[in-house]
Design a protein. Sequence first.
Length: 242
Amino acid sequence: MLEFIIYGLIHEGDWDLTQPQATLLAGVISGVLLIAAAYIAFHGQREQRAAERLMHEEQMDEQRRKAASDLEAARTQLTEQLVAQRQQFLDDIDAKERIRVHEMQRAAALMRHAELQPIYANALSVRDALREALLSAHRMVEFNQPAMVQQRIEEAGRLSTQLDGASIELSASLEVAALDADLIRAFNQVIGAFRWMGGPGTTPPTNAERKQLLDASYLAGNRLRNAMRSELEGLSQAGLPE
């Protein structure tokens, strides 16, 4: 059909071409047009494929970015979980160590309480006996019975030695040991006042002075008793289960 159109145009234009020549020319023109159409179609398809490839690459890039983001989030979450688990593990170990130390301290306190209980009881018993001997000596002075006074003073001296020995066992407690030393010092002053032998230019202590020394020893004994009771109570509390 394209050949007839071209032939008609050539004929109308009064071109000096035969029909075979016109047919050949029409074939050439038709071929050129087909090639041009094919070329246009080919480039169109290539541009379309390029656009599709670009879109695909963008989609792949987006998927890779999302996968990387998800991986980073999962890694961060896992790291936080591991850190939390490690901290919990360390806290558990620390708690167990505190319990172990507390149990050791409690056992030591109970043992110390058991050791000190009889020592304190003996010291208080000796202290009370010593004080009673000194009070008895004071009464014998008032009744003017020198032999009885001397007997009580000798007894007080022996008891003072026993109490001084107990103070060595109590030396682990600084407060109790200091108060025990104060009491021994006060008792020795009382014993010295009752054993006064006199000398040139000296006068014997009066009964009031001896009574004052006895009162001082009594107060020192009370302080020692309170300190020992407080320490025993503290050891008992330290050894009690929570």
